[in-house]
Write a protein that binds this ligand. Sequence first.
Ligand SMILES: [Zn+2]
Ligand SMILES: [Zn+2]
Length: 422
Amino acid sequence: MGRAAIRVLGGGLEVGRAAVLVSSGNRAVLMDYGVNFSESDTPQLPEHVRPSEVDAVLITHAHLDHVGAVPYLYTSSPHPLLVMNRLTKAVAEVLIKDFVKISGYYLPFDESDWFRSVESVRYLEVGEEAEFGDLRVRSAHSGHIPGSQAYVVDLGSARVAYTGDVNTVETRLVRGYDTTATISADVLVVEGTYADVDHPDRREVEKEFVEAVEEVVGRGGNVLVPCFSLGRSQEILSLLYERFSGGDVYYDGMIRTLNSVLVSYPEYINRFELLLRAVREFREVRSADQRRRIVRGEGNVVVASAGMLKGGPAVYYLKKMYDDPGNAVYLVSYQAPSTPGRRILEEGSLEELGPVRARVEWFDFSSHAGFSELLKVVKSFRDLKAVVVVHTGEQAYRLSEELRERYEVYVPRTGDSIEVEF
Ligand SMILES: [Zn+2]
Ligand SMILES: [Zn+2]
């Protein structure tokens, strides 16, 4: 008989601070250790775990809600092993340094703790398999952003799979998660960010977005596309490079640094040549003077961080562009409640600016699987007995109800422990 214990340290009925501790026999593996920003401006860490209790930490991808709290595990020693791939490490380093610079005051760790973490890194590339002591770890492409990988771990008497953030749709940036690869596992920990909805057809969304950009630029207006710096912005730049002509395209903010990291790792990018050309031929914004010229000009498209308009140069462009109905602000990322992005969508105004007269629209470029796709992901596993849905909210219940006929299903809160026997 097999058994596994699962402790949800973060990401239980919340989207953010992913952290799941899985143990079986006398082995324990921590899957992700991220932070959450959505409740307030103060980052929230996952629940504490003693590093000495953990044999290995497996990181699925470089978004801060999956890797941002990792240095907290290494404040006193370079233990335990830290498993990720080369791109995830390179990008996480950029994002964590920036995070510590901005939020350092609130954090119980600093940049030096990240460098101590790095001493423990063992690389595992997408699709590879390795043994670390008596742990056997396999990785599979998870289709979310470049370098994102799901894991299957053999520990004690259990085989446990963890998707991290997962998407089945192929994009210019990444191939989708392969639901035809039948992987065997006893327990699956799956994300459920969009567990109750199906996304519209990706090609339709792309077409509508490009047409909407062309319409504004054709009349001499400017378009601001606020973007998450990792993943979405490179996807939007690649799309515009392939489909859009008729205006100048610029990129600004943290996107610049991440573009230069990503173009050094061709093997992780689905259509690398396209991204490379977009990064080289579109214009990188390098000065305040250039920013002024963009907003005073006509027919310019600027892709700028941050994606929810909470900071970064996107805020500068918004302030200069919001008052002209000839301009547009096209949101292409998830907009958390009470962020400026969500407020201009729902209320059409911001306290500090007043009514936004520019055209505002949201386009569903999700990098997370919707309801039907998540069902396919779960059903692609063989021998599965139990499913745990994390990185989700109330939306998990549509999926969990559907799965209950075939599996034991859990939708735990952060802090909960689950014992599974099979
Ligand atoms: Zn992510
Ligand atoms: Zn996430």
